[in-house]
Design a protein. Structure first.
Length: 795
DNA sequence: CATTAGAATAACACC
DNA sequence: TATTCTAATG
């Protein structure tokens, strides 16, 4: 019942009058003057132009904070109100479920009615699933195919690799997964992979890709990349099917167009090529998904793809203060090959972007924690900021830990967005595997995951036997197991338990087919399988939490009609919004922050190697660096009123201490828009958790003569002396330089972090020190002092 | 088969 | 450091 039949009816009924572009029009009972419609209120001229250019290709270049969603939703309202399209004739694609949800809500609000009838508003993936279920047989699948997540994908690949007799050690499955994802992102089926790339993965990349695809098909499964790929293949090979969709989906809107990859581009172009009513919204400066196959080229090339396209630029920013905008512009200006936009604002007030250095990551977290509390309370009589209005945006998710630790100890409420997700947790995935088996007993991957969880005495050997039996008979693992049991071919111990397991699955499957109450069924499954009992018996500290999660899972089921519906939801909706009450600071990655805004934003970890990430630069060179820079731009432009950038000179990495230089992006911040808060340490004095609150940053900031402070100069000098890309030691929190006298072997020394130690060797400016507590370390000489001067260390 | 200690290794961002 | 993998032991 996916709306296709109604659709035909609608198609016949919807005879929208053609109208001149840009003019207010009268249409089928719509309001007489659309330009006076409430959804047009408060649109600036550029936005209005974007809303009114309904027919033909439109490219909306929308800078950060320029009201793009407003324009987009108004455009949808306009399409509906003018009678150009019915709700189910508009295809509106976003990248995240959150964005789709928000758009739905806003359109509903604009029109004063629900838009439940907009079935084609969603992510590329969710819309693709809808299409693919309808035409699965065209690519050799059944319409109830399962969608594998990354984990399943990897396990399947390992099997394929093993079957090809390749040493997975030398040729990791991850590498192959990356290759295959890359090909799928470019809509390349195995036969189409360019021969130049066939040498990948020990010359067997394409061969294994083909084997993997065959395996997926036999499992009646797809991975994420397939969802799009299959649809593109169907469109390309079945013009009749494509034609249907072209007729049905009269208007196309695409959000975040700069993030589309080749497959998505083809997907869109195929759908749009007939009527060319496509409106793409994007910002080349916010293209941050190159690693996922996004092609900035798509947006740069739009006018060539759609000749005669109308290009609208949204440049008036409604979000940030001038200083914040200027700082962001200064950074992004270093990128080449931009379409170019100049953001401006009518706003004149506002604080400069704040910059502060710290000795190490812990101190950075401590400082930000205090600063959050200060802001919450309200600085100098200013009004306080709610925790909900503050965010900490990090480059990589592992950076979040330091903040979580700190916030937990000071009891500061926080929420992590996009961290280790609920549905990726071990116990949830196990439970889901049970549900999957209940829904489709032939789901071999699910079978493998839980046959021996909890332990049923079915180890590698027993499982191999089952595999053999299944493969030999060309049946699923469950059937294979059944055969073995009936033959009595399985050894004594596990046999009874396997029998119980197989019977259990049969029973649960029966219940699913009988459409039994699925919430109850889920509980029953977890009980009968012994899964709950397993965690109850587990005495590790995390067991109670896991049981709690299982309860939550069952509760989440209530919102769905059945298990199938739930499973699909989980496969596609990986963002879990836990809307707990109470104000909280948000912690998230820069990527996750795209599209969001906060009055106060903290951007920690601006160190070379971390941000920009060394890996990005190593693998992608200048291209990678530019993408990192766009990420910096995204970060800064999330801030409405206050943006605080910070870096730490030392950080633990894999338990090893490492020092780093402030990010090169810091040098790119235009100095007249930055307040340098004195790097701690440069003026000595106890700075840290125990420091009196009166001595916090605010007061210091007043004195800091911005870029003329000795600290800043030294930062610059150090920066200039060193080559780029080298591992560099800190140029920020420099300890008393005079303390760096010449050391000799055997000297006793002191280091703030490691304590006392003995010099074992000397190498240029580095010392090999055997620390009493921390063990052997290589240390830059500047960071240690003679042991008898330990008291002089200002930290 | 399960358990466990010790070693290896890891970490960038997501639908 | 923290998790995961391997090999050796029970």
């Amino acid at each position: 019942m996916s709306g296709f039949d109604e659709h035909d009816a609608f198609e016949a009924a919807a005879i929208a009058p053609r109208v001149g572009s840009g003019l207010a029009t009268r249409a089928m009972g719509a309001r007489a003057d659309a330009s006076a419609a409430p959804y047009m209120d408060g649109l600036n001229p550029a936005q209005r132009a974007a809303v009114e250019a309904l027919d033909g290709p439109v490219l909306m270049l929308a800078g950060a904070g320029t009201g793009k969603t407003k324009a987009l939703t108004a455009r949808i309202a306009h399409l509906l109100t003018t009678g150009r399209a019915r709700p189910n004739e508009i295809l509106a694609v976003t990248f995240t479920n959150k964005a789709a949800r928000e758009m739905k809500e806003r359109v509903s609000r604009l029109l004063g009615q629900s838009v439940e009838g907009m079935p084609w508003m969603g992510t590329f993936h969710s819309i693709s699933v809808k299409i693919l279920r309808r035409h699965a047989e065209l690519v050799g699948l059944k319409s109830n195919f399962t969608i594998l997540d990354t984990d399943d994908q990897l396990r399947l690949l390992k099997q394929v690799i093993a079957a090809a007799d390749i040493d997975e050690k030398r040729w990791p499955a991850r590498m192959l997964a990356g290759l295959i994802d890359g090909w799928k992102n470019r809509a390349l089926v195995p036969e189409k992979v360019p021969s130049a790339e066939a040498s990948a993965y020990n010359n067997r990349g394409t061969e294994l890709y083909a084997a993997y695809q065959a395996r997926l098909k036999s499992l009646n499964a797809t991975d994420f990349g397939d969802l799009l790929l299959h649809v593109v293949v169907i469109f390309q090979t079945h013009p009749d099917v494509l034609g249907q969709y072209q007729r049905w989906l009269k208007y196309i809107l695409v959000d975040e167009y700069q993030d589309t990859n080749v497959a998505q581009y083809l997907w869109l172009r195929l759908l749009a090529q007939a009527h060319r009513n496509i409106c793409c919204v994007g910002d080349d400066d916010q293209s941050i998904y190159g690693w996922r196959g996004a092609e900035v080229g798509n947006i740069l090339r739009f006018e060539k793809d759609f000749p005669g396209a109308k290009v609208v630029r949204l440049e008036q920013n409604y979000r940030s203060t001038p200083h914040i905008l200027a700082a962001a512009s200064g950074v992004i200006a270093a990128n080449a090959g931009r379409l170019g936009k100049t953001l401006w604002t009518e706003e004149t007030e506002g604080e400069k972007v704040r910059l502060i250095g710290h000795w190490d990551g812990e101190e950075e977290a401590r400082w930000i924690g205090e600063e959050v509390e200060t802001l919450q309370r309200g600085r100098r009589g200013a009004k306080g900021i709610s925790l909900d209005d503050m965010a900490i945006l990090v480059r990589a998710s592992h950076q979040m830990r330091a903040f979580e630790d700190r916030f937990l100890t000071i009891g500061l409420p926080y929420r992590v967005i996009g961290g280790p997700r609920f549905y990726e947790r071990l116990e949830i995935r196990d439970a889901m595997a049970y549900f999957r088996l209940a829904v489709s007993p032939e789901d071999d991957l699910a079978f493998e995951r839980v046959v021996n969880t909890p332990k049923r005495g079915l180890g590698d050997k027993a499982q191999q036997t089952i595999q053999m039996a299944a493969r030999g008979n060309g049946v699923s693992l469950l059937e294979g197991a059944r055969v073995l049991l009936s033959e009595g071919a399985i050894s004594g111990k596990g046999a009874g338990q396997l029998r119980a397991f197989v019977d259990g699955v049969d029973r649960w499957h029966g219940a699913v087919q009988a459409a039994a109450d699925h919430v109850r069924l889920a509980e029953t499954i977890l009980e009968e399988s012994g899964y709950t009992a397993m965690w109850q018996a587990d005495k590790t500290p995390e067991a109670p939490g896991r049981l709690e999660n299982l309860k939550e899972l069952v509760k989440a089921l209530e919102q769905f009609e059945n298990l199938q519906g739930f499973l699909e939801h989980v496969a596609l909706i990986m963002d879990n919004e836990t809307d707990e009450a109470g104000a909280k600071v948000s912690i998230m990655t820069l990527h996750a922050a795209k599209g969001l805004e906060f009055p106060a934003v903290f951007l920690p970890g601006w160190e070379d190697g971390l941000f920009p990430s060394q890996r990005s630069m190593d693998e992608q060179g200048l291209k990678g660096l530019e993408e990192e820079r766009r990420l910096a731009y995204v970060g800064i432009t999330r801030a409405e009123e206050l943006c605080t950038i910070s870096f730490a000179s030392n950080r633990r990495v894999y338990g090893q201490w490492q020092s780093a230089m402030p990010s090169r992006f810091i040098d790119e911040l235009p100095e007249e828009h930055v307040d340098v808060l004195t790097p701690p340490g440069l003026y000595g004095g106890g700075y840290g958790a125990a420091a009196p609150r009166a001595a916090t940053i605010e007061d210091r900031a007043m004195k800091a003569d911005v870029y003329n402070s000795p600290g800043w100069k030294r930062l610059q000098e150090n920066a200039n002396q060193r080559g780029m890309g080298q591992p560099r030691e800190s140029r920020a929190a420099v300890i008393d330089l005079k303390a760096v006298s010449s050391f000799t072997e055997g000297d006793r020394v002191f280091h703030v972090k490691f304590g006392y130690g003995t010099v074992e060797g000397i190498e240029a400016d580095k010392l090999d020190v055997e620390f009493d507590k921390a063990g052997p370390k290589k240390i830059v000489a500047r960071f240690v002092v003679p042991a008898d001067r330990a008291d002089d260390v200002p930290f």
